[in-house]
Design a protein around this ligand. Structure first.
Ligand SMILES: [Zn+2]
Length: 326
């Protein structure tokens, strides 16, 4: 299995496919798009507007209600990671960034301004699908700069009791997530996802935020989930869900964890080439891994698409064609 995995990865990073996947150059969006809604935790009304940004800008939030104050979507600006990933710079806050960052990362948008007229992103339906639709509506625009990847050279791990997250060297980016909740609808769920092979738009983006009915009061009292409702979250009761429409996938919970992780990993500032393995993790563990990576300079290197060409001639594509996931 390992050999097959390595072979597949080589195909993904083969020059032809790098070109095919549009990974070679940086991208921004082709036109401005906006989405209005309310924040999950603050409940405040907000409009998010995505606008094109020059090459090498990265993802930069702007508070249009505060003279366009900019906050880069980078780990150094991470403020809080309980229940959502918030960024703060000089006392200015942007809350619940992870679902938009996940969609931008999956859609390979390297450079964009994300303008907000309030302190929290719209939660929309609790998934990343509305953001994927926004990006699709805007279109992508290729830019004259190479994408630069962070390639993992040796494993980096963060362990906290039963929670664990690690990244291992691999020839492409992939994620394995395992969650355990003592609930009849969850129990133990695990899933592996490889962007570019698996379909983020249909398999990951639609998975919604979830929470437990038992915790609703406690969270409300501590000032969280003020905008939370069955329109934007899956609420688990003792033996089922409150939402009349049920779940979108039997393992929607694990899929949402992968969605969050992809968003939080964007705070590294470069797309990752490595295999991330998370167990019972959450925003705090995701952020701890990014933080540890940034402090472990010998564990990774920056490479651009041109340097990712395989050293051997084209790999054996026909033999690998049967290895597409179901
Ligand atoms: Zn989430």
């Amino acid at each position: 299995m390992l050999a097959i995995g390595v072979g597949l990865a080589r195909v993904v990073l083969g020059k032809g496919l790098v070109k095919e996947l549009g990974l070679e150059y940086q991208h921004t969006i082709a036109s401005a798009v906006s989405l209005s809604g309310i924040g999950l935790h603050t409940g405040v009304p907000v409009t998010l507007r995505l606008t094109p940004a020059p090459a090498r800008t990265g993802i930069v939030f702007k508070r249009t209600d505060l003279d366009n104050f900019p906050i880069e979507a980078l780990e150094r600006n991470v403020a809080r990671v309980a229940y959502a990933t918030s960024l703060m710079k000089k006392g200015v806050l942007i809350s619940t960034t992870e679902h938009l960052l996940s969609a931008l990362s999956a859609a390979r948008v390297d450079n964009v301004f994300a303008e907000l007229d309030n302190l929290e992103l719209p939660i929309a339906d609790g998934s990343a699908l509305p953001f994927i639709k926004m990006i699709a509506q805007a279109g992508l625009k290729r830019q004259r700069a190479w994408r630069t990847f962070a390639r993992i050279l040796k494993p980096v791990e963060v362990v906290e009791g039963a929670k664990r997250i690690a990244v291992h060297p691999a020839e492409t980016f992939r994620v394995t997530y395992r969650i355990v909740f003592p609930h009849p609808l969850i129990g133990e769920q695990s899933l592996e996802f490889t962007p570019g092979r698996g379909n983020y738009e249909t398999e990951i983006a639609p998975a919604r935020t979830f929470g437990f009915y038992d915790e609703v009061e406690k969270l409300r009292k501590s000032g969280l989930i003020q905008g939370g409702s069955l329109e934007n979250a899956v609420v688990l009761t003792r033996d089922g869900v409150l939402n009349p429409e049920g779940v979108r996938f039997p393992d929607e919970f694990c899929r949402h964890k992968i969605l969050d992780l992809i968003g939080d990993l964007a705070l590294l500032g470069h797309p990752l080439i490595g295999h991330v393995v998370a167990e019972r993790a959450g925003h705090a563990m995701h952020a701890a891994l990014v933080d540890k990576l940034l402090r472990s300079k010998d564990a990774w290197e920056l490479v651009n698409s041109a340097e990712l060409e395989p050293k051997k001639p084209r790999p054996e594509v026909p033999a690998l064609a049967t290895q597409q996931p179901a």
